[in-house]
Design a protein around this ligand. Structure first.
Ligand code: MRU
Length: 361
């Protein structure tokens, strides 16, 4: 996608010595890029959310393993890098998926050839991410076109968090559908949940504005009201981990949108590239690992002051007890459909659509 007319991906290899990333902690106020030169630097970038979004976390981890092989391509060094990467954030299963795929690939290769193989495999994972998101966009945009055909009005989409191109290598998952529909002339408007405490909705607003898609930023609590008033035609979100039965673990607050959507007969879709499916997970409500993040994220708000400088201000007393679960689980029964690279599927049909997944579990 373009930033000020310049095409970018959210991560890119640099001569097999580093990976470039967009530092998402600066957005939407400042666009800056960084070079990461070690697997440890990649793990730190994931933990600090300089790179974020489930698919991008997975791809970054793959490059992290490739970077590890630059120094020492022996088993112990790769295992050490894998451990550090896996410990960076717990919820997005794409991280484990990518690390496992890199390990499986490198296990077949003699240490002397691992570096080349690792960069090749990480590049392949990145390229596949782009292809999956394109396919998701094509299936999801067909849904949006259909909704427009039914009403004859612009389609009002509500989205939560950021499932856009910067959360993936390119195009995004939920927003890929929006971009493709928009590019194909389907009239659209997106309600963008602010997504406290980290306000990833601002990243979504930044993306949509850059692409010329009409949007309105709303406080997280506004969605139910808008649905009651008939102002939302469809909810489209991303996912960080989907169980084999189609429960969707995504950014905290997604579950409340799904409840409101069901109550108001608004269809609720999650965009799910297959590396986001955890075939070992049966009961996501009980077993999905939910990241608990720092209390400071709730007690403070980050923004830009009148002088244009980024800063954080306290909105709660520093001693206020805080809970900060970063994800929640929307049970499959509230999900109208999962938009995968193979097509749109009801949660109960997910295993039938990916029979090879069952074999992996
Ligand atoms: O904590 P984040 O910003 O990494 O969480 C991101 C989300 O929850 C996204 O909705 C999800 O990863 C899908 S990204 C295409």
């Amino acid at each position: 996608m373009n930033v000020d007319g310049v095409p970018y991906r959210s991560i890119w290899p640099i001569a097999q010595r580093a990976v470039g990333i967009i530092d998402q902690t600066g957005l939407p106020y400042e666009f800056r890029t960084l070079e990461l030169e070690s697997s440890r630097a990649v793990a730190a970038a994931i933990a600090s959310m300089q790179v974020r979004g489930a698919p991008l976390i997975g791809v970054a981890a793959a490059y992290g393993i490739a970077l590890a092989t630059n120094g020492d391509a022996g088993d112990a060094a790769i295992e050490q890098a894998a451990r550090e990467l896996l410990a960076s954030r717990p919820t997005a299963v794409n991280l484990r998926w990518a690390v496992d795929r890199m390990r499986a690939c490198l296990r077949q290769v003699a240490p002397a050839h691992r570096r080349a193989a690792a960069w090749r495999e990480a590049d392949a994972i990145a390229q596949e991410d782009v292809q999956m998101n394109r396919a998701i966009g094509s299936h999801g945009s067909a849904l949006l076109r259909e909704l427009h055909g039914l009403s004859g009005r612009p389609v009002n989409v509500l989205t939560h968090c950021n499932a856009g191109w910067i959360a993936t290598v390119d195009f995004g998952t939920a927003l890929s559908s929006v971009y493709m529909a928009h590019d194909a002339g389907v009239p659209l408007h997106v309600w963008v949940d602010e997504t406290r405490p980290r306000n990833q909705g601002l990243l979504t607003a930044w993306e949509l504005a850059a692409h010329g898609v009409a949007y309105t930023l709303i406080a997280d609590n506004a969605g139910g009201h808008l649905m009651q008033r008939g102002k939302v035609d469809v909810v489209m979100v991303g996912a960080d981990r989907v169980s084999r039965s189609g429960d969707v673990c995504n950014k905290i607050g997604t579950y409340l949108k799904a409840l409101a959507a069901r109550e108001n007969s608004v269809p609720f879709y999650a965009a799910v590239p297959s590396p986001t499916i955890d075939w070992q997970l049966n009961d996501a409500i009980r077993d999905a690992p939910i990241e608990e993040r720092a209390a400071s994220e709730v007690r403070t708000v980050h923004g830009r002051d009148a002088g244009g400088r980024q800063s954080s201000v306290e909105v709660a007393p520093p001693q206020a007890p805080v809970a900060n679960p970063a994800f929640d689980v929307t049970p499959a029964r509230l999900v109208t459909g999962l938009i995968t690279e193979r097509g749109v599927v009801a949660p109960a049909q997910l295993e039938a659509m990916f029979p090879e997944g069952q074999a992996r579990s």
